[in-house]
Design a protein around this ligand. Sequence first.
Ligand SMILES: Cc1cc2nc3c(=O)[nH]c(=O)nc-3n(C[C@H](O)[C@H](O)[C@H](O)COP(=O)(O)O)c2cc1C
Length: 376
Amino acid sequence: MTLKNLTVLSDYKLGHLKLRNRVVLAPMTRASADSDGRPTERMARYYASFAAGDFAMLITESVYMDDKLSKGSINMPGMTNESHIQGWKRLIDAVHAKGAHIIVQLAHAGALSQWYRDQDVTVAPSSYKPEGERVLAYGQGGEYPAATELTTKEIQELVSDFAKAASNAQKAGADGIEIHVGKGFLHDQFLTEYTNSRKDQYGGSLENRLRFIVETVQAVKKSTEEGFVVGVEISQYKMNNFGFKWPNREADAKIIFESIANAGADYIHVTDYVAKDPAFGEIGGPTLAALAKAYGKIPVIVNGSIVTKEDAEQVLQEGGDMISIARTALANHDWPIKVREGSPLNPFTGEMLADGPTIKDYEMLNASELPQIKPE
Ligand SMILES: Cc1cc2nc3c(=O)[nH]c(=O)nc-3n(C[C@H](O)[C@H](O)[C@H](O)COP(=O)(O)O)c2cc1C
């Protein structure tokens, strides 16, 4: 392997975005929006603290994209109306004021929804009852209900709702959006054979099972202006099936990454439990990031148990262009600064989320550091 001459602290150009380093905040649900899905001042001060800590780009927590069944957890933010746009604008301006770029993650959990408004209803490519249990802190807890099969027309409406939400994100001033395809969410339910037994053009062959992903990327690109970044986050593992691997391994990876890139995505964000481990388990085999780079041939963000600078450098050598961190970022809102100065990192401990995912007071910048932020 020839070593690339780069470091995680070197700058990077993602489309027209100039990133001051290659460190990205991974998406993390924090259940801190108001009950109508409007982002709060608390969220603005939380995200701005990572920007002040020198992160180059922040990917937001999952954001719901329609007013039907995509609100998948309690106090999740939305991107479907003018009040949402105004709430996001305040947050995005605060992040930009501290020098970071921001990408809004648009998500639909489908059958893995954790929360419901009036009745316990979820939708999916086919009717099935997911294994595992819902997380109490995100909603009701308990077993997942059996999902209702989407009609072909409903799938096409979802595609245009993703496009509308992306255009709303652009109106709010975001630098881009990311489609949450992995971790067992709705798009992944289409991709996966055991959750998709459809007989129409969205089921059957891998090409058909990829169609919902491809159409979503294409519609989002069409609804947003040139230069607005459109990313896709993907994993093999699912929230309720951590050991899952694509059945035809590298042959599937090739078709999946090529299809995402050909649909017009600007980056692929790959998540594995441990990013530097081989994607399919065998010693010496390629990482998911290496496969994304080899077949997608577009910028790659790598995620999964990256803690130290050495972890970050290793995944960059193996195909990544940027890294994203979640748990270690919660413990170190200034990870890039600490790494640059060689200061010790705080370890992430489960206690940080023990009383639920909501944003803690110590995680926010003081309002005085963000004079442009108006309280609620
Ligand atoms: C509190 C918390 C909330 C999360 N919420 C999301 C989310 O909204 N969307 C998403 O794609 N991943 C979510 N994740 C997964 C992370 O983005 C990431 O993939 C995972 O934590 C592995 O990265 P890490 O090893 O750096 O923590 C969440 C993780 C944590 C710890």
